[in-house]
Write a protein that binds this ligand. Sequence first.
Ligand code: ADP
Ligand code: MG
Length: 250
Amino acid sequence: MGSSFLSGIGPLKLPPTTTKRMIELRDVSQIYRTAHGDVRALDHVSLAIAQGEFVALRGPSGCGKTTLLLLAGGLALATEGEVVVAGRSLAALSRAERASFRASEIGFVFQTFHLLPYLNVVDNVLAAAIDASRKETIQRADALLERFALIERRTHRPGQLSAGERQRVALARALLNQPRIVLADEPTGNLDPENGCIVLDLLAEYHREGGTVLLVTHEEQAAARAGRCIQMDRGKVLSVGNADLAGART
Ligand code: ADP
Ligand code: MG
């Protein structure tokens, strides 16, 4: 095993990238229609995140951070505007194409882990696998568990794990398919500072290997890991930080 969790399994085989803008929102609005009227969760948002950036997304509760992440990951389609991720306009993809795009390009990490309680650790990691029966895929799952100090927990169920361990399982699952993008929604929100720090270290390591990270967080120690901070309020982007995307047109 090398010192890096990705090089330990072989180099990070990110597909060659011609796209310099990994995530781009062009005048995007998201409106939720409810029985009590419409909620404009995103209000004409435009932003771009370059390949290999580590960006923190911040703002008060309810300002639209999770909505933005769901749109960037193709889990929802924007009401208005265009979302382009890894060079593809998500609205132009069929449902099946979007699912396969998500599986190969995007790793999701959530505050509440979202592990499957009836599957053990390694099967949770493999649950997201594009091909869970391939020998290399299983080896890769084990290498991630080794790197994440979870190998002794391999056959434990999530209910037998600490919160920190559960989030490391979720991160291993997110990285299994070697996605070019990780979208993390308050991944340290349910962790003590020490375990939060471990999860952030692993995210930072993925970023150093070439990954693009968009991290929603309320925490100073988490935001400090990012190269840039995007600030939101009430559905709008207030500031995009020091984006230097002038030479990064797709
Ligand atoms: P954040 O993650 O910043 O807390 P969200 O993106 O979850 O914000 O929510 C933005 C706004 O959209 C909030 O007012 C929230 O109540 C509303 N909202 C989110 N999801 C839905 C939904 N499925 N239906 C109706 N309103 C929603
Ligand atoms: Mg949220």
